[in-house]
Each structure stands twice: as C-alpha cells, then as structure tokens.
Design a protein around this ligand. Structure first.
Ligand SMILES: Nc1ncnc2c1ncn2[C@@H]1O[C@H](COP(=O)(O)OP(=O)(O)OP(=O)(O)O)[C@@H](O)[C@H]1O
Length: 234
C-alpha cells in the first residue's frame, strides 16, 4: 500500500560538504507527523549536520530534502518557518534574558498572544525564577533547557531537538519528554538526536542510525536494547 500523505521529513541521498570534508554522504531519512524519531550514531556520524540541513541553516550540497513540504535547496525560508530547532550548541545571545529570547522569537514569527505559553514553558523547565537574568551566566544545562523552550514555543509542525538531554538534570529531562509527548499529541513530527539510548526509547517510536555520514538502519525504538543496535555503531 502506498502512503496516503507525504511524510513531514523526507531526505533522499543527502550529501553535505564543508570544503574537503564530507560530513554527510548519502543519508536517507523519513519521519512522519505525529511521531518522534530518534537520530542515533557515534560522534561524527553526521547527526548535527543532518539536523542543520533540516532546520534550513545549512544548505544541502546534493540530494533532496523536504521538510513540511518545503524543499531545503530552493525554499530554506519555508523550511525555517516550519521548524522549531534546538541546535546542539549555541543559538543564545549571552546578554539577553530568557524572556527577551522568547519576545524576539515571537516577534520574528509574528505570534499573537504568546506570553501565557512562554511563561508556562519557562515554569515547566524551572526557568521562571531566572526569566529576567541574562543567559551569559547560565549553566550548560540551563542553556539546554532554554533552547528546548525556544524550539517549542510556536508549536512548530516539525520539532528538531539536537542533544536536548545533554547535561540536563532530571526535572529538565522530564520537561523535555513532556514537550516531545505534546508535539506527538498535536500531530507534529519530532526528530531527537541523542547518545542516550534509554531516553531515545522513552521518547521515540522509531530510530534512524547513522554511521560515517550515511544511514545504516531504521528500527523500532524498542529494539535499541539489543545487540543488533550495538553492532550497528561499530
Ligand atoms: N563546519 C564544519 N567544517 C568541517 N567539518 C565539519 C563541520 N561540521 C561538521 N564537520 C565534520 O562532519 C562530520 C560529522 O559531524 P557532525 O557534527 O554532523 O556529527 P555528529 O554525529 O553530530 O557528532 P556528535 O555526536 O559528536 O555531535 C565530522 O567529521 C565533523 O568533523
């Protein structure tokens, strides 16, 4: 049987080159609306570079990338409008407060009446008390939590979380799992890059494994416990 609708993310034979380095060399990836998919693989496998292409911030060198129906090569702005992206590092302005980050994000997206959701998200991630403190003094985990809040604020059709659990305490992990569950419930497509297999299994229904810049497997998240997954990494 064929698909009745287009997948939210459809990547075919993606290549990304930075000068002489081929960071991604032939990734195929499909992710559906209403599901969360884990993106796994060892350091340097190409996860973050693939995420950057899906976020519309790095152009594909070759291959086809469709995000919520927008082509990343010809319509990167359409891609950026469709996604909420938590980058692996950076993305925050050290001299701005969490609230100012939310204000900027909301005004760039012309969001009406975003304040209640912004406040609720900050509270959920236990950032309410520091909402008006500049983020330059934040710990790594606090910055990670704010990056997830910013990715989720506008309830995007495609939520891209690159290492959202990295260095985050249990409250932050719980809040991030809730954000992913909410996204699934409202029919968004979520892609989560992580090294934490247990959390990938908790958050996601399926998993895509990359190695050396290419996809080596797509599997049910429930099968990540097995030896088969371990063998895929080496
Ligand atoms: N801007 C860049 N310039 C040159 N090489 C790059 C650049 N970005 C990534 N690479 C290289 O591309 C490869 C894939 O990197 P990427 O960051 O996508 O991997 P990753 O799977 O996210 O790794 P990690 O788990 O360590 O975050 C690596 O060899 C990396 O050194």
């Amino acid at each position: 049987m064929g698909r009745v609708s287009q997948p939210a993310i459809a990547v075919r034979d993606l290549h990304v080159r930075f000068g002489d380095v081929e960071a991604v060399s032939g990734v195929d990836l499909v992710a559906d609306a209403g599901h969360a998919t884990a993106l796994l693989g060892r350091n340097g496998a190409g996860k973050s570079t693939t995420m950057k292409v899906l976020a519309g911030v790095v152009p594909p060198s070759a291959g086809q990338v469709l995000v919520a129906g927008h082509d990343a090569s010809t319509d990167p702005l359409g891609v950026r409008r469709s996604v909420g992206y938590c980058p692996d590092v950076g993305g925050l302005v050290p001299r701005a407060t969490p609230w100012e980050h939310l204000q900027l994000s909301a005004s760039l997206r012309r969001m009406p009446a975003w304040e209640a959701r912004g406040r609720e998200l900050l509270e959920r991630f236990e950032l309410g008390d520091v909402a008006h403190r500049v983020v330059g003094g934040f710990s790594h985990g606090m910055s990670r939590r704010l990056s997830v809040v910013l990715a989720a604020l506008h309830e995007p059709a495609v939520l891209l979380l690159d290492e959202p659990f990295d260095g985050v305490d249990p409250i932050g992990v719980e809040a991030t799992l809730e954000v992913i569950a909410d996204a699934r419930a409202r029919g968004a497509c979520t892609l989560v890059s992580t090294h934490l297999r247990e959390l990938a299994m908790q958050a996601c229904t399926s998993a895509v494994v990359l190695r050396g810049g290419a996809r080596v497997a797509t599997m049910d998240a429930g099968d990540l416990t097995g030896e088969a997954y371990r063998a895929l990494l080496d």
